[in-house]
Design a protein around this ligand. Sequence first.
Ligand SMILES: [Fe+2]
Length: 188
Amino acid sequence: MQTDNLRNLINLVEAKGKQDLVLEKLPYSRGALAPVMSQATVDYHYGELAKGYVERYNKGEGDASFNEAGAFLHNTFFPQLRPPKNNNQPHGASLALINRKYGSFKDLKEDMKKEAMKIQGSGWIYLSRNGDIKTIKNHQIKTDIALLIDWWEHAWAKDYGSNKAKYFDNIWRCINWDKVNVRIYSGK
Ligand SMILES: [Fe+2]
């Protein structure tokens, strides 16, 4: 048997033993994040790319751990967003954590932006549940995410061209702090 066929067979057997992944439903319409994230970006990013990780994992196509982590991260990222709001400030548990670790929300954003701009290639940046700023190369499953920002080019290039710093500045308008607070409280 050729190596490719054998690999496909192994993938299929492994896929049968796994539980299917599900793409989380968006708690807003696909156009609701504009102008921070356009409907065209959400259609492509959520409707095609995020869905693709789920579907390929479920079909046993490609690298299972890459697809599983891609599905996991997008299922963490999109539901934590909300339609843009001016002066969208953290409150409750997230505010307390941010103030304790960074002094202010403004300082957190500055520190996180510095780290994000250092990322080479595709990745993610997140605030952990204990308040650390961490990065992810490509896709990896992490169990300590409080607030997650997709830093892959597909998240910002359509709307911001090469200006990913502007995407970073704008994404804060769409953070659903209630969701972040639940993660901090519940450990999920
Ligand atoms: Fe993404």
